[in-house]
Ligand binder design. Structure first.
Ligand code: UT7
Length: 330
């Protein structure tokens, strides 16, 4: 059976840094609290009038195509996972395609919060496996700073901006997206969400005054559900594929909280040196975290390496993907 393989990866992180010591001057917090509770030291913020999620994605996708040596008009489909689209409509995928000149591509956005990249990767892989598409770009990008209240210490310390992208192509080798388990439970929707701006509560003076356009999170229930959800689904996909911890080269977890990552690694018996962790530098970039990890670690990945990608996020949404890495970077 034809498989969909990741054949290139690229990321983009905006240059401006918001450090824990910067945040100490903005809200009642300390570097010590943030570091020990979350593992985050700094995050990057996209600055500049009129710049949005698509602008970061464009850097990532352009770099991806250059790396692989292909032209924008060779892309058949571009899927963008984001909770911070440039506009509610049209889809950010369409805007990215226009900005990079991907004239033969169609595209759409996926909204699955921190699990968005996993949902998009699985969806993109189906188009390659079915033969419907040859070259699919999957982007995870979020300008979280656009929906963060920088007077709310419980959320403003967590999030950063960034984008990552992968190219999916078919392979007849036994590599690529091997298996996936994706889940969702709408009962969790009130613990992590943006209250206003949708059809239930359109923007009004009142919604703006009440700060309802910012991320709301009740951290502890999300934490508890994330620790269980991400660890369970990672263990489940390993069992389903007869994988033991020694078979896994890398755990690639969503970067929301170092304690959630550690719990997942412990549950599946993986030691720290086999876990991709860059939360200290980027914070939680929502849909961006997993492709940004793959980008940062690309040079250490070898063809045939078994990777477990895992995430948990708003919705609730969660899942894990088993990837057999398809190339060794030159
Ligand atoms: O990516 C999508 C999914 N999201 C997640 O996975 C995030 C899950 N949740 C978490 O990671 C954690 O719940 C947080 C990092 C958000 C919070 O950590 P926590 O250990 O759950 O802290 P808490 O909310 O229980 O707060 C403990 C104390 C509180 O003070 P009191 O009530 O004990 O006096 C907070 O007010 O820490 C206080 N606090 C802070 N103190 C200093 C909350 N935020 C801060 C802060 N600096 N920034």
């Amino acid at each position: 059976m034809v498989k969909a393989a990741i054949t290139a990866v690229q990321g983009y992180i905006p240059p401006d840094i918001l450090s824990n010591s910067d945040l100490e001057k903005m809200v009642n917090t300390t570097d010590e609290w943030i570091s020990t509770r979350t593992g985050i030291k700094e995050r990057h913020i996209l600055k500049g009038e009129g710049l949005g999620t698509s602008d970061m994605a464009v850097y990532a996708v352009k770099g991806l195509l250059e790396k692989r040596g292909i032209e924008p008009d060779e892309i058949d489909l571009l899927i963008c996972a984001t909770v911070t689209p440039d506009h509610l409509f049209p889809a950010t995928a369409n805007i990215i395609c226009d900005k990079i000149g991907a004239k033969n591509a169609w595209g759409y956005d996926i909204n699955a919060a921190c699990s968005g990249f996993l949902y998009a990767l699985v969806t993109g892989a189906q188009f390659v496996e079915s033969g419907r598409s040859k070259k699919v770009v999957v982007v995870g990008a979020d300008k979280m700073s656009s929906i963060i209240d920088y007077t709310d210490r419980s959320t403003c310390i967590l999030f950063g901006d960034g984008a990552g992208a992968v190219l999916l192509e078919s392979t007849s080798e036994n590599t690529g997206i091997m298996d996936s388990i994706l889940k969702s439970d709408g009962q969790g929707r009130h613990y992590l969400y943006q209250m206003a701006g949708g059809s239930v509560r359109p923007a009004s003076h009142e919604s703006v005054d009440n700060k309802e356009h910012f991320v709301f999170q009740d951290g502890q229930p999300v934490f508890k559900a994330a620790v269980i959800g991400m660890a369970d689904v990672s263990a489940e996909i390993m069992e389903k594929n007869n994988l033991k911890s020694e078979d896994i080269a890398w755990l690639v977890p969503h970067q929301a909280n170092l304690r959630i990552i550690d719990a997942t690694a412990r549950r599946i018996g993986i030691t720290n040196e086999k876990v991709m962790i860059n939360i200290q530098r980027y914070g939680n970039t929502t849909a961006g975290t997993i492709p940004l990890c793959l980008w940062d670690w690309e040079n250490q990945l070898k063809k045939g390496d078994n990777l477990i990608l895992a995430a948990f996020g708003g919705g609730f949404t969660w899942g894990a993907i088993y990837v057999k890495w398809a190339y060794t970077a030159k």
